[in-house]
Design a protein around this ligand. Sequence first.
Ligand SMILES: [Zn+2]
Length: 138
Amino acid sequence: MPPSRHPQAPGDIVTPDRDITHAHFRPGDRVVILKGTSGSELWGDAYKVVTPSRHTATDEDGWRLYDPAGGERSYVTAHPRYLVHLSARCPDCLIYQQALRTYLVPRMAGADEDVDCGWYSLTHLNQVVHVADARGGR
Ligand SMILES: [Zn+2]
């Protein structure tokens, strides 16, 4: 269990079941990885989609992402199901976002600060890995 995990934070049962294709995203898209809550809203890190890249934890096709504020970690690789379009006009991403909000926000109602639920970690190869995709021993 990562040390950043909030004691109240529930496990993520929404993201692992999300069904989204790799081709749903394209280079140049603005996306966010939702990691927790800020009051009654979801909170996460924003990126720009750069190019296809192998996601090693799942051994599936992922996307390389660029974070302009990321410093040494400016480029990371993530699985498509972690990503949400920042555009409000994407119904597929909105459905996932609303499902996550409905699940998570009421459970974090007592938190008075931004909460990182600790669902994601970053490997030494700058791969973003959801706890549900993490393999033991790595
Ligand atoms: Zn979308």
